[in-house]
Design a protein around this ligand. Structure first.
Ligand SMILES: Cc1cc2nc3c(=O)[nH]c(=O)nc-3n(C[C@H](O)[C@H](O)[C@H](O)COP(=O)(O)OP(=O)(O)OC[C@H]3O[C@@H](n4cnc5c(N)ncnc54)[C@H](O)[C@@H]3O)c2cc1C
Ligand code: SF4
Length: 509
């Protein structure tokens, strides 16, 4: 008799996958909460709770729909806490005749599964997750023979391929990209909307995690967990985004403010990365909503959002599969400092970092510009080892899964890839942070000062970064101008001395 075991990983919660179209008595679905996954990095406690809750909800839905599911909670007495051992034992003891899995998104799990399958006594096969718009190899093949990859070229191809915001072969409204319109600081508090949350009690699951001794970071309110854990909740958040947040999404996408942690961001990354929602349904829903409300929402808002998903998100995945595993060791600048202790507490006098880190610890969330231009910017200017930076980002955010974390962190943010993901390092002095919002208004440091007591560390570290990396960066056509400004600066030595002082005292900034 045929007996099939099908594995569902914690980030494969795609109810629309063909596997679940009809029930089949011969198929058992396997889901596991494992120490292997809770311990490969120190995760935010909300991330562990979020994944387990979403997995449990998914398993219940499958069972309700008539599917057979074997679910191992973390405290299940037969849980071996390791994918390889659990699979081998189940297959051997229960007489499965075939093993099937969906292609994992992480290189680590891909290797484990390949290894397991080679040693199994039964046939095995992998199917696509049916989530992404492109195959793992698409981006590599698309840019074959080219020296550099360009996100914008890839993004336009996705727009054409899926006919999104298109008028035949041309972009609808005549322009591909409205990034220039989308860089405003938020001046009016009244525009802000409360996020749509689905509060849940998570006391029992939290106790189970604590009792098992899983090490976590960050805070959680066990009476009110706020992340979506089902497809229904995720769809409601998408709908709320269209109605309430989309009209201002693009305009304030890069804003930095103490007023609100989410601004007009969608909070959809967890739903997308666990595959409760598909990227295509998200962009098509947003596009459709915009078609019906063009009088209220400008194209810049919509294009900005769609680019993040079919552009950046899909592009990062392509880079990951084109460049792993080497990508994980890249360190273009040879940075080697350790991450400061205050990254784990938020206890720093630099207000932009205190706010961004504090919020990350409280909510397991920071929006893109906080990640890129505050925490990431500082880590790059301070010369922190990319391994250290990666570990932090991979642990702290609810949406952090390696394929999208490492490409953003090591690539886009730390430029440790020497320019595969981006064309130049994202660094800035206090000028940018001040321009984008109100962090500097409440800071112990003076954003206008480069040197002297109380001068903002970003200012001197910024020039120190350029000065120490001159050989590596000067020839970059997008950067050359910075060196002309630097060469004209009168007090170079003073600026470098100030930066050196801060670099010697990073722990107490
Ligand atoms: C250093 C650094 C680390 C990051 N780590 C992660 C990560 O681990 N997981 C993750 O999903 N995103 C990561 N991002 C990208 C981005 O910051 C988050 O996707 C976004 O903040 C999630 O919040 P949101 O859903 O409200 O996004 P919105 O601002 O509403 O954007 C909509 C969606 O677009 C997608 N998106 C936007 N920017 C990116 C991007 N650069 N790369 C990939 N997808 C993008 C996300 O799916 C997001 O949900 C990182 C960015 C940086 C700079
Ligand atoms: S003054 Fe400097 S450290 Fe303070 S908030 Fe502004 S940029 Fe950040």
């Amino acid at each position: 008799m045929t007996k099939v075991l099908r594995l569902i990983l914690g980030d494969q919660l795609n109810l629309t996958h063909f596997w679940f179209e009809k029930t089949d008595e011969s198929v058992t679905y396997l889901m596991m909460e494992m120490r292997q996954e809770t311990d490969y990095v120190i995760h935010h406690v909300q991330k562990v709770v979020g994944f387990f809750l979403a997995m449990r909800t998914f398993s219940q839905t499958l069972q309700k729909n008539g599917h057979r599911v074997r679910y191992f909670s973390l405290d299940h007495p037969e849980n071996l806490q390791n994918l390889k051992n659990q699979l081998e034992e189940l297959i051997q003891k229960e007489g499965f005749t075939r093993f099937e899995y969906q292609l994992p998104d992480e290189y680590r799990l891909d290797q484990i599964l390949k290894e397991v399958c080679e040693s199994l006594p039964i046939p095995s096969s992998a199917v696509d997750t049916e989530h992404f718009l492109t195959s793992r190899e698409f981006l590599k093949d698309f840019f074959k023979g080219k020296k550099t990859y360009l996100m914008e070229t890839f993004y336009r191809e996705m727009r054409r391929k899926y006919d999104i915001l298109m008028d035949g072969k041309d972009p609808l409204t005549g322009q591909w990209n409205y990034d220039h319109d989308n860089r405003q600081a938020l001046k009016d508090k009244k525009l802000l909307k409360k996020p749509l949350i689905h509060p849940k009690r998570v006391k029992e699951i939290l106790e189970m995690i604590e009792k098992a001794g899983v090490k976590t970071i960050g805070k959680i309110d066990s009476e009110q967990f706020t992340w979506p854990v089902s497809r229904e909740e995720s769809l409601e958040i998408l709908e709320y985004f269209c109605e309430q947040l989309l009209p201002n999404f693009g305009a304030y996408q890069d804003a930095l403010t103490t007023w609100d942690p989410y601004l007009f961001h969608s909070r959809l990354s967890f739903s997308l990365n666990t595959k409760m929602l598909s990227p295509l349904e998200v962009v098509q829903t947003v596009e459709k909503y915009w078609f019906a409300h063009q009088d209220q929402i400008s194209i810049a808002q919509v294009e900005g959002f769609i680019r993040q998903i079919i552009g950046w998100r899909e592009y990062m995945r392509g880079i990951y599969w084109a460049k792993m595993p080497e990508f994980g060791d890249l360190n273009f600048f040879g940075h080697d400092r350790k991450l400061q202790n205050w990254f784990w507490t938020g206890n720093t006098k630099m207000n932009c970092l205190k706010e961004s880190i504090g919020q990350s610890l409280d909510l397991a969330y920071a929006h893109h510009i906080q990640r890129l231009m505050v925490t990431g910017n500082f880590a790059l200017l301070a010369g922190i080892h990319p391994d250290e930076v990666d570990q932090w980002y991979l642990g702290i955010y609810i949406d952090a899964i390696e394929w999208v974390e490492i490409t953003n962190t090591r690539g886009m943010s730390q430029f440790a890839d020497g320019g595969i993901v981006g064309t130049k390092p994202y660094v800035s002095s206090a000028n940018y942070i001040k321009k984008q919002g109100n962090y500097c208004d409440h800071c112990a440091y003076d954003s206008t000062k480069k040197t002297g007591h109380g001068s903002c560390p970003f200012n001197s570290l910024y020039w120190h970064f350029y000065a120490r990396n001159r050989e590596k960066l000067e020839k970059n056509p997008r950067i050359g101008m910075m060196y002309r400004t630097w060469d004209k600066m009168g007090n170079q030595q003073e600026v470098l001395d100030q930066a050196e002082f801060y670099l010697r005292n990073l722990d107490s900034l």
